[in-house]
Design a protein around this ligand. Structure first.
Ligand code: UDP
Ligand code: MG
Length: 311
């Protein structure tokens, strides 16, 4: 039987002080121990430090190491996609370059893969040495996602995962530009298993995912998978309009039929009229949103369904 090949995809952005160290860890903890063939695919995401030199040097000395170089910094999501497109393994593992993803877990991933799971996801249970913003930001994000996006996702799911060749092939077909890799893989479905892990502290350097980038990733995560926010606007608008219309009717009745006991001023009526109109404007926006929604889903150009296997 042909020996299975496992690809390890590692997006790299300015990780000069981590690459060589992480590679030697991979070598001792995984490559030497594993009964599988292993290829490591570094995706250099437009690093401006010595990362690429180090990668090329590793590749020169070992056939296990391959690399893809992007023309500029496209962001981790795009870099990961490039790595997936380039990987030729029967299964692909996605890992960070900074040592936060424990290598021991890859063996567990492979075990579950052999049991027939096609997507095996590392779920972060704790985060050693992670700041306040990230810790509470991610808690908040998953809450928001549940409320606004109407989706229930396991909190802490990461990009650290193994995916089967079948999943990789489907992933490559997705064309949308606003992408969050893990969400797209989740969207594809397939048999899924989750393994909890404690993220290590970064080996060296600082996380390059700034708070701003994380925030826009969070927004993307919500917007690219749900149009519920658009509909919430319409709902709020109609509530405002109905309420103010109702109040205005009451005011008019008490003024002209009951002799104005509440002593409503003209400006109060005007204010009510304005809120009524604002409500209507919001409803119209919501209506537009419904059209936008269908255009949006078409423009995403995702396949309508995904076939696991066929004969
Ligand atoms: N990364 C990348 N392109 C970017 C930012 C980050 O390829 O624009 C890589 C980075 O080198 C690392 C991984 O993505 O391997 C995770 O980045 P980081 O550790 O900065 O973020 P974290 O998710 O740990 O906060
Ligand atoms: Mg990191």
């Amino acid at each position: 039987m042909k020996q299975e090949l496992i690809s390890i995809v590692i997006p790299v952005y300015n990780e000069e002080s981590n690459i060589a160290w992480f590679y030697s860890e991979l070598k001792t903890q995984l490559i030497k121990k594993s009964s599988h063939n292993i290829e490591i695919i570094y995706v250099d995401d437009g690093s401006t430090d010595r990362s690429l030199d180090i990668i090329k040097d590793l590749a020169k000395h070992s056939d296990t190491v391959r690399y893809v170089v992007l023309s500029r910094n496209f962001g981790k999501e795009a870099a990961t996609s490039a790595g997936l497109a380039y990987a030729s393994g029967d299964a692909v593992v996605i890992m960070d370059a900074d040592g936060q993803h424990p290598i021991e877990l890859v063996g567990e991933f492979i075990k579950l893969w052999h049991e027939g799971f096609e997507v095996i996801v590392g779920v972060r249970s704790g985060n050693i040495g992670e700041g306040f913003v990230k810790r509470y930001g991610s808690v908040l994000f998953y809450r928001l996602l549940r409320i606004i996006g109407g989706k229930s996702v396991t909190p802490g799911t990461t990009d650290f995962r193994l995916i089967d060749r079948k999943v990789v092939d489907q992933f490559i077909k997705l064309t949308e530009r606003n992408r969050v890799t893990r969400d797209l893989i989740d969207w594809l479905g397939y048999r899924r298993a989750e393994i909890p892990f404690e993220a290590n502290a970064r080996h060296a350097g600082n996380a390059t995912y700034s708070t701003r980038k994380l925030f826009s990733l969070a927004i993307n995560g919500i917007v690219s998978h749900s149009t519920r926010p658009l509909k919430i606007i319409a709902l709020i608008g109609s509530i405002i309009s109905v309420l103010s219309g109702f109040l205005a009717t009451l005011f008019l009745i008490q003024r002209y039929f009951l002799g104005d006991p509440l002593n409503i001023t003209g400006s109060a009526l005007l204010a009510l009229f304005v809120t009524f109109l604002v409500g209507i404007v919001l409803v119209c926006q919501g209506l537009l949103a419904l059209y936008l929604e269908s255009v949006y889903y078409e423009a995403q150009n995702r396949p309508l369904y995904v076939v696991r296997e066929s004969k």
